[in-house]
Design a protein around this ligand. Structure first.
Ligand code: NAI
Length: 310
């Protein structure tokens, strides 16, 4: 198996480490910054020797190295600064991601593409439109991170292991995401039997604001430990054909009453990428919020169209 990571920054570098741990085969790290990918690859290679991983890793500035990848992951681009919304990265990251999408199409046309760069939903849409790959093969990663954040907060609140908790976050990976307590359970028992409504509301808000809170502490750059782990979870589900349900952003063609949009919903992931979209039975107020989240993505689409990027 071969996995290529475009962008050897905080998320890309740490993701490479996580993937080495899976012993998947070959990892390629690409970055435009001279020496960065090569340096990180050598550093990571030394980890292999310590931990006895068998995967090989190579760093390069040359996109030809991604040829014949099973998966290409895009983590290249700007991260937000304190006080910024992910959407404010749209124009400059769209330029970067468009160029990368063309290179993926040229050098690794059979690959499954995972987009991590923010704002992730609209950039997933952009990659899909540029590459014209199957919608099953172009996915955005972000909501399984938000789900992990909600689970972590519930676990801390109740002092119950994360492994006992199931949660659901759908919509855009932005402030408009829907943290769905109605689809969140502890060993099959609804969350509302463990926590009162005020506490659930607080934990939902903390989940939505978690990324911004981390950015405000870092002062420059955004979260990368959990994002790298969440992306690795998606890579593993696909490469090991786990048929696992994870929330990812993908192209809808009528599901949830939406068309021509990439937005987050639970999907079964396996060797073909997205094997199936799961349609939750949302109640009217949940559906209204989901459509509002979709609306914000349609507005971003219009911005890209106006700028000639779509
Ligand atoms: P970073 O600044 O540490 O790394 C970005 C890297 O991209 C840099 O090394 C830069 O040289 C490289 N790069 C820029 N243009 C490139 C190009 N055309 N080709 C190859 N490499 C290029 O940023 P970090 O923290 O790794 O974040 C990367 C992106 O991931 C940001 O857009 C951030 O917002 C996003 N992100 C998304 C998350 C999600 O859940 N979807 C979570 C965390 C971050």
């Amino acid at each position: 198996m071969k996995v290529s990571i475009i962008g050897a920054g905080n998320v890309g570098g740490l993701l490479a480490l996580r993937l080495l741990e899976f012993n998947l085969g070959e990892i390629v790290l690409i970055d435009i910054a001279e020496g960065l990918a090569k340096g990180k690859a050598l550093d990571l290679e030394d980890c292999s020797a310590v931990y006895k991983y068998n995967s090989r890793i190579k760093g390069s500035q040359n996109f030809e190295e991604i040829a014949n990848s099973n998966i290409v992951i895009i983590t290249a681009g700007f991260a937000r600064k304190p006080g910024m919304l992910r959407e404010e990265l749209l124009k400059k990251n769209a330029l970067i991601v468009k160029d990368i999408a063309l290179k993926i199409k040229e050098f690794s046309p059979q690959a499954i593409v995972l987009v991590v760069t923010n704002p992730v939903d609209i950039l997933t849409y952009l990659v899909l439109k540029i590459t014209k790959f199957s919608p099953k093969k172009v996915l955005g990663v972000g909501l399984n991170l938000d789900t992990a954040r909600f689970i972590n907060l519930i676990s801390k609140e109740l002092n119950i292991s994360c492994s006992e908790i199931e949660a659901m976050v759908i919509g855009a990976h932005s402030e408009t995401m829907l943290v769905l307590e109605r689809f969140s359970f502890i060993k099959g028992i609804p969350l509302s039997q463990f926590l009162d409504q005020d506490t659930i509301k607080r934990l939902k808000e903390e989940t939505i604001n978690r990324g911004a809170k981390i950015v405000s502490f870092y002062g420059s750059g955004s979260a990368y430990f959990a994002p790298a782990s969440a992306t690795a979870e998606v890579v593993k589900a696909i490469l090991k054909d786990e048929r696992k349900s994870l929330c990812v952003s993908s192209y809808l063609e009528g599901e949830y009453g939406l068309k021509d949009i990439c937005i987050g919903a639970p999907c079964i992931l396996g060797k073909n990428g997205r094997e199936k979209i799961i349609e939750l039975e949302l109640n009217p107020s949940e559906l209204a919020l989901f459509l509002k989240s979709a609306d914000s993505l349609n507005q971003q689409k219009e911005i890209l169209k106006k700028d000639g990027l779509l």
